[in-house]
Design a protein around this ligand. Structure first.
Ligand code: NAD
Length: 424
């Protein structure tokens, strides 16, 4: 192994360091040349753009935007678009690399990508968000497309954002191109079941993990960090499966009810009040105290780097299901593993989103719509297959589920790379 790669990989300072350390672990198990390791540790293409915005008051603001395409060996790049002030190039690089592994693990024919604009969406009107989205899209237009790179919603973006991207891209081409994004509104060719697919997959593997640890859902408690597109429906699906969801949080705070939250009522409260705080059917709780509650299952579904070496020893859940990308730092992961906490890694746990994004892309490219039951059945089948592959590989090699998932994925990407060869 190249010493500079391994040295970099052992210094865990941020998501990119964690992603590189995970890659280094996978590479150590596989027979990978130094050159191929270096290729896999490097994005194939990166674009940094300025996104000027004419604000509603006539002033002009300028935001940083990025699109990173980590790998194309298995197909076009695929990954979400994030609007958050925490966005920077290294975060986007890490998220793009994780997308490559996720797509390979669940065997969808994509490489990984990610995009971001360093903006706080809650501080902007709808008109401003539309102008930012359209300008960002026009800046990255040369490198996206249904056969090149297909964005989807992520933190701070939603189906409306995808509609604006699709429209901006289509206007430049002179005809409608629905396959340029996934997570679109149904009326524009979005897939039935896409909006809740990530959450459905999270709940699906959470139930498989509970079964593997002998936990009966009816006697199992859970806490969910984040009540956005992933967390809200993950809490709902877990509750529908009989799990007692005792606490959830968002950026503004957390709520707890030991007897179980009314997740549907809470969603209505958030719709009206903008936050989980102050929900009548629960008590307010310190936001970050949720992570160390005495529950069986913890679902971090907000952002990366929340379970760290500072709080990992206090996590009391016996199962952590990573709804978010990169919620557990590398140092925290080691602490949880030593404590026999079962961590279902992000590239497996939240892969339901990209699986149904793939189904949406197939439907968009064929101008055909599948039944929702068909989408959900195929999603469940792929999640179950990926779960069993990871469990089997982890057992055979006596490694963690994260190490197994990453190794399986990296092996698939290398196989594709080897078959294609290095150009020229
Ligand atoms: P979102 O913007 O819809 O929701 C994010 C939620 O997290 C919000 O409720 C926000 O208030 C909350 N939050 C932010 N900071 C918090 C904090 N410090 N503590 C508690 N809550 C906090 O975003 P999303 O699409 O639900 O994405 C959440 C995570 O899931 C991200 O890591 C994303 O990359 C990942 N993910 C999303 C999808 C998808 O299909 N949307 C797919 C795979 C992975």
């Amino acid at each position: 192994m190249n010493p500079s790669i391994s040295a970099e990989a052992t210094l865990t300072r941020g998501p990119l360091d964690d992603a590189k350390a995970q890659l280094a672990q996978a590479v150590a198990q596989l027979d990978v040349s130094e050159g191929v390791h270096r290729m896999l540790a490097t994005s194939r293409r990166e674009m940094a753009v300025a996104v000027p915005l004419r604000r509603d008051d006539g002033s002009i603001a300028v935001y940083e935007g990025f699109r990173v395409q980590h790998n194309f060996s298995r197909g076009p790049a695929k990954g979400g678009l994030r609007f958050s002030t925490a966005v920077d190039l290294d975060e986007v690089r890490a998220l793009a690399m994780w997308m490559t592994w996720k797509c390979a693990l669940v065997d969808v024919p994509y490489g990984g990508a990610k995009g971001g604009v360093a903006i706080e969406p809650r501080e902007h009107s709808l008109g401003e968000l539309e102008r930012v989205t359209r300008r960002y899209t026009s800046e990255i237009l040369p490198i996206i497309g249904p056969d090149m790179d297909i964005p989807a919603p992520d933190i701070g973006t939603d189906e409306r954002t995808m509609a604006w991207i699709m429209d901006t891209y289509s206007a430049s081409k002179g005809h409608t191109v629905p396959g340029v994004v996934t997570g679109k509104p149904i009326a524009l060719g979005g897939s039935l079941g896409r909006a809740s697919a990530t959450s459905r997959g999270v709940a699906h593997v959470a139930l498989l993990a509970m079964a593997s640890r002998g936990l009966d859902p009816a006697r199992t408690s859970a806490a969910v960090q984040g009540f956005g597109k992933v967390g809200r429906d993950a809490a709902r699906f877990l509750q529908e499966a009989g799990v007692t969801v005792v606490a959830v949080s968002d950026v503004d705070g957390a709520v707890i009810n030991e007897r179980g939250l009314d997740v549907t009522g809470l969603a209505a409260h958030v719709e009206a009040a903008g936050s989980v705080r102050g929900f009548e059917g629960a008590d307010d709780l310190d936001r970050d105290a949720l992570l160390t509650l005495d529950v069986d299952v913890l679902v971090p579904a907000a952002l990366e780097g929340v379970i760290t070496e500072d709080n990992a020893a206090q996590v009391r859940a016996s199962i952590v299901v990573e709804g978010a990308n990169g919620p557990t730092t590398q140092a925290a992961d080691e602490i949880l593993t030593d404590r026999d906490v079962l961590v279902v890694p992000d590239i497996l746990a939240n892969a339901g989103g990209v699986i149904v994004s793939y189904f949406e892309w197939v439907q968009s490219n064929q101008a055909y719509q599948w039944r929702e039951s068909e989408v959900n059945d195929r999603l469940a089948e792929r999640m179950t297959n990926a779960w069993h592959a990871v469990v089997e590989h982890a057992g055979a090699h006596r490694i963690t589920y994260r190490e197994a998932a990453t190794a399986l994925a990296v092996r698939r990407v290398i196989e594709a790379h080897d078959l294609r060869g290095l150009y020229p």
